[in-house]
Design a protein around this ligand. Structure first.
Ligand code: T1G
Length: 690
């Protein structure tokens, strides 16, 4: 047939096998021979049934995303599925690994679907800023019902084979040789005889849809969309499947798809899809990895406990070390409570939580870290304390163990130099809560050797983290840019903006919350300690901290919080404090627009990103986007700060940065040469990878 498609006969059953590594995407070079094969087999009287299967590790993982934005080559997926539905003999999709997006839509074009017990099925297009464009929004509800289809399509989350079987999406689940099972299944169906009803003509799942309840669910989902168009379009398309005829709903799906795929949001989210995969590539990534079986974590506080849970969740044995038995008991107790909450919420089974807890060993003795392959330090953020810990680790850790620090700011070269094995030292900068946040900044120190780095990146994938390799500077990539973004926050308050107004500019932009609400959530005392350590000041935030206002944990920070509540309430005392501090400095309040707030916070953020690229602390602009989206809540629909700069217009950004540089003389506004280059070339390319 072709290099990408094989055709075999098992007696009167034809097996079409797609073979397009690595994930059998439905690229043009697959679609063309597939269409040809289906037409031939449809019209071949010696063929009683057709099985569609895939070679390699997965069924079709969707349309080929690299083809988006380019002229579509015929045949399109929709035409192939329409042809499939003209086939009178039974067609069976044999699903292993993942059937995602266009892959599941192709399977929905078949009369029957059988799956391997480990298979996952889903329509994740919403994560690419689009909706299923191959009829998924119209066919899936016909099998699983409108509400289940809505949840699957708006969340984009795949379901397992057992759940898919229960929901009526797959007709049988098998263990073992799936293709043989599928051939036998097809032959049996053919022997029983038709007619065989295409999904398009089946509306058993749509009957008795309670549209009122459906609309209530849609309204709830819409609240969470935060300015993203795709979730809304997905919901509308599924509703059409209930209220319109099949062909009308299919046409409506197409119109929504075409509208979204050409939009900036989808371009941004597709950029992030590939950016996350690029981020894991760095010189030396294919070096032989060191074996990691047991992981040691020093410090069972908020960060240490979350880090230890990440490793246990990833299947590693964990030794958790604390300075005292009391602190250890408290740390292990918190971990146990966290797992119990997950079980109560249904996101974890009782059995799984026991398995994970069984991986923990608590200790107060450094000697118990001697058998660890990787040791992560998560102690107090102070250089002297860090060096003391690494000195002790150097004495007890086995040769070849990787020694990692979770510092958020400090100089890892200096920490490494406090050991006799700087080549084995690197940074693993987790984000709080470490067992939830996906981002992991892996900090390569001057002497870190490639296999240690490659091992760390590999480990990150195993614990479900999105890893980005960065160099050493104060605050690495994320926190250094956060400082630049926040550098004007106080000035904006003194000149007349309120915490509420600034936070609103950020949530309107698409952030989950603004800087002041975020500060209150994380605890204002963390930044306060860091400023004091660096001899820096922030007149308003420092004054709040001196008054014991550390944010949510003390019930008041920039906002007030009712006992135990998380809803920020504007506090007239804080606004009075700001006005007093402004008066002391002779600063008159004025009206400040949301545009000005974005200019004075996000333009310096982009500018600092450009400087970081110039200094080769980050290898690619897209790495910075991955860091900000996965670690700091930068809106996915804008693709991250560096991608957004392209949408916002580098020329405009430079113009406003120069304006504010003239007015303030502040270095955060001095346009970086690389930003000017983006304005000239439209690309962030730096001449050498870091
Ligand atoms: N198109 C093109 N390339 C793809 C691809 C795709 N759909 N999926 C993966 N790749 C590349 C990826 O960039 C990487 O490349 C390599 O394959 C391995 O991927 C009409 C319009 C399947 C769960 O959204 O979620 O169908 O970096 O590292 O961790 O309605 O890939 O090696 O050069 O992620 O094992 C909908 C996307 C498309 C699923 C495997 N489908 N893929 O994860 O490997 S839109 C998706 C994934 C659509 C229709 C619409 C994951 C995976 P490189 P990987 P993995």
């Amino acid at each position: 047939m072709s290099n990408f498609l094989k055709l075999n006969r098992e007696g009167d059953v034809a097996v079409v096998t797609i073979d397009n590594p690595p994930v059998n995407a439905l690229s043009f070079h697959v679609r063309e021979p597939l269409m040809q094969a289906l037409v031939e087999l449809r019209d071949d009287p010696s063929v009683a049934a057709i099985v569609i299967a895939c070679a390699g590790r997965t069924f079709v993982a969707g349309a080929d995303i690299t083809e988006f934005g380019k002229p579509m080559q015929q045949p399109e997926l929709r035409a192939i599925i329409a042809t499939l539905e003209t086939i009178a003999k039974p067609t069976v999709a044999a699903i292993h690994g993942t059937a995602l997006g266009g892959g599941l839509e192709l399977a929905l074009g078949c009369h029957f679907r059988v799956a391997d017990a480990g298979a996952k099925l889903g329509l994740p297009e919403v994560k690419l800023g689009i909706l299923p464009g191959g009829g998924g929004t119209v066919r899936l509800p016909r099998l699983v019902g409108a509400v289940k289809a809505l949840r699957m399509i708006v969340s984009g989350a795949p379901i397992g084979a057992a759940e898919a079987h229960e929901a009526g999406l797959v007709d049988a689940v098998f263990e073992g040789d799936l293709t043989t099972h599928a051939v036998n299944f097809a032959r049996e169906i053919a022997r029983k005889g038709g007619p065989f009803t295409p999904v398009r003509d089946r509306d058993d799942g749509l009957k008795d849809t309670d549209l009122a309840a459906f609309d209530v669910e849609v309204a709830e989902l819409a609240k969470k969309a935060r300015g993203l168009d795709a979730p809304i379009a997905c919901a509308r398309a599924v509703r059409n499947a209930v209220t319109l005829s099949f062909d009308e709903a299919l046409a409506a799906e197409r119109a929504l798809f075409v509208d979204l795929v050409g939009g900036d949001q989808s371009r941004a989210q597709r950029h992030l899809f590939f950016a996350e995969r690029e981020a894991a590539k760095f010189p030396g990534k294919d070096t032989a990895k060191r074996r990691i079986a047991r992981v040691g974590v020093i410090g069972a506080g908020t960060m240490g406990g979350g880090i230890a849970m990440s490793f246990a969740n990833g299947g590693y044995a964990v030794t958790l070390l604390e300075a005292s038995h009391e602190a250890l008991r408290h740390g292990l107790g918190t971990i146990e409570k966290n797992y119990a909450v997950s079980v109560t919420r249904g996101s974890l089974t009782e059995e799984a939580s026991h398995e994970r807890l069984a991986r923990f060993k608590g200790s107060t003795d450094y000697a118990d870290l001697a058998d660890c392959d990787l040791i992560v330090e998560a102690v107090f953020e102070d250089m002297a304390v860090k060096k003391e810990v690494f000195g002790r680790l150097d004495a007890i850790a086995k040769p070849g163990a990787i020694l990692a620090t979770n510092t958020s700011y400090l100089d890892i070269n200096e920490i490494a130099a406090s050991t006799s094995r700087p080549q084995d030292v690197l940074g693993l900068h987790f984000f709080s809560p470490a067992n939830v946040m996906k981002l992991l900044e892996i900090v390569r120190a001057e002497k870190t050797v490639p296999d240690a780095l490659a091992t760390a990146v590999d480990m990150a994938r195993r614990i479900g983290k999105v890893a980005v390799v960065v160099g050493v500077c104060h605050g690495f990539v994320g926190n250094r840019m956060l400082a630049a973004r926040g550098s004007e926050s106080e000035a904006l308050l003194l000149e007349g903006a309120t915490p509420r107004q600034i936070d609103k500019a950020f949530t309107d932009f698409g952030w989950p919350m603004g800087p002041f609400q975020m500060g209150d959530l994380a605890g204002l005392d963390i930044g306060w300690r860091n400023r004091k350590a660096r001899g820096q000041t922030a007149v308003i935030a420092d004054t709040l901290c001196e008054q014991g206002r550390f944010g949510q944990k003390t019930g008041r920070g920039f906002y007030l919080y009712e006992a135990g509540a998380r809803t920020p309430v504007a506090d007239p005392e804080v606004e009075a404090l700001i006005r007093d501090k402004a008066a002391e400095r002779g600063i008159a309040a004025r009206t400040i627009s949301a545009e000005e707030i974005i200019e004075r916070t996000l333009y310096p953020l982009v500018n600092e990103g450009a400087k970081i690229l110039e200094e080769k602390i980050a290898a690619r602009a897209s790495d910075i986007d991955v860091i900000w989206v996965n670690g700091y809540g930068f809106p996915v629909g804008k693709g991250g700060p560096m991608f957004w700069a392209g949408l916002e217009g580098p020329g405009k950004i430079i113009g406003r940065l120069e304006y504010w540089y003239q007015r303030t003389g502040k270095d955060v506004f001095r346009p970086a040469p690389l930003l000017k280059r983006l304005a000239e070339t439209g690309s962030w390319e730096t001449d050498a990878i870091a």
